[in-house]
Design a protein around this ligand. Structure first.
Ligand code: SF4
Ligand code: SF4
Length: 347
């Protein structure tokens, strides 16, 4: 795999071409159906650093188009259509300029893994029908999984209507992370190209602090990419369940990182990262942080209420029923106003 230094989106194309050469990705792409899977989390502008940057996506698309591939772009945002997120983020404009279609991941196809704890998944049809899936994550933190790199980005291959249930089937950070690792092992994208030119830390994936890591990471192996980027960020792998579980299950094979010399990226993990530190169940109930609505910031958009998989939020009374809350932090992830805070509560 390779990690390249790049602080300007305008230079992405040349760096991506350089990176693909470095990892020997010279595959014949003539007539191949290439699906680009960016992070289209929610309708935010490119400047907010919530979605994969449109210039970055355009650079990747143009490289594949030039090599003779048929390119499309798709994702499954949790509470919006891919089209609406693409419009606000600027990705729609790029797709129009390059004449590439944007596809909604709204048709689930059931697949069965040969082994694993979570073996039955519903995956969007375009993902299964593509010859080459190119995973385009953003370098960000995440309130539930602590980081959202390549592996987490592939959760978007599950159609939105099927996502909510996973928060019940895999209820805590470790179980949810294991599910993500097993899903990623099935999808096994041909390439992962991470947009780390700009990113987000703190209480990501949507309401954290914008950061400027200035890197692009490219690998054929999504697990190696996450593992290597975490190392650059100074993250202890045992502390982040996705990274730890990928290693434990043997998905991280030995890899070599080539490319530019990168200074360490100081990534501040979310406030919720105590769970990984204090893993014991008994302690967890004392240290778990619960969501709380900041009444001053809330605009009553309804995102949290309708997305909460536990039905724990009632906006009319502006209350959260903590006896129902499963601390999935979906409300925090989807709040457009950063109006979901984290509070410790003694149960
Ligand atoms: S998502 Fe945020 S702004 Fe919207 S209703 Fe919930 S707390 Fe308020
Ligand atoms: S209140 Fe928030 S954290 Fe709790 S279950 Fe609902 S969405 Fe998840």
């Amino acid at each position: 795999m390779t990690v390249l230094s790049n602080t300007e989106y305008a230079r992405c194309r040349e760096k991506i071409v350089e990176g693909l050469e470095q990892i020997g990705f010279v595959d014949d792409l003539k007539g191949k159906k290439v699906l680009l899977k960016p992070n289209l989390l929610s309708p935010r502008t490119a400047d907010s650093s919530v979605t994969t940057n449109p210039e970055f996506l355009g650079a990747v698309a143009s490289v594949f188009l030039q090599r003779g591939a048929t390119v499309s772009v798709g994702d499954s945002p949790a509470r919006a259509s891919a089209a609406s997120v693409a419009r606000v983020s600027g990705i729609e404009k790029v797709c129009n300029e390059l004449s590439i279609p944007l596809v909604e991941f709204d048709e689930p196809v059931q697949v069965l893994l040969e082994k694993g704890v979570y073996r039955r998944f519903e995956i969007a049809r375009p993902v299964l029908e593509a010859d080459i899936v190119v995973n385009l994550p953003k370098l960000k933190t995440h309130s539930l999984t602590l980081v959202t790199f390549g592996v987490k980005n592939l959760f978007g291959c599950v159609p939105g209507s099927k996502k909510q249930g996973w928060h019940f089937r895999a209820r805590n950070m470790s179980d949810f992370s294991r599910m993500l690792v097993e899903l990623a092992s099935y999808i096994n994208p041909s390439l992962t190209i991470m947009d780390g030119v700009e990113g987000m830390d703190g209480n990501g994936p949507a309401n954290g602090r914008k950061i400027y890591p200035g890197v692009i990471a490219i690998s054929r192996d999504v697990f190696a990419l996450d593992d290597a980027v975490a190392s650059i960020c100074g993250i202890k792998h045992s502390r982040v369940p996705i990274l730890r579980i990928a290693r434990e299950l043997g998905f991280v094979s030995s890899y070599e990182t080539v490319g530019d010399k990168i200074e360490r990226i100081d990534l501040v993990l979310p406030e919720t990262n105590y769970i990984a530190v204090y893993g014991a169940r008994l302690l967890r109930r004392f240290v778990t942080k619960f969501p709380a609505i900041d009444h001053k910031r809330c605009i009553k958009c309804g995102n949290c209420e309708s997305a909460c998989p536990a039905g724990a939020i009632t906006l009319e009374s502006m209350k959260i029923d903590y006896s129902k809350c499963i601390t999935c932090y979906v409300c925090h992830e989807l709040c457009p106003e950063n109006a979901i805070l984290f509070r410790r509560r003694l149960l």
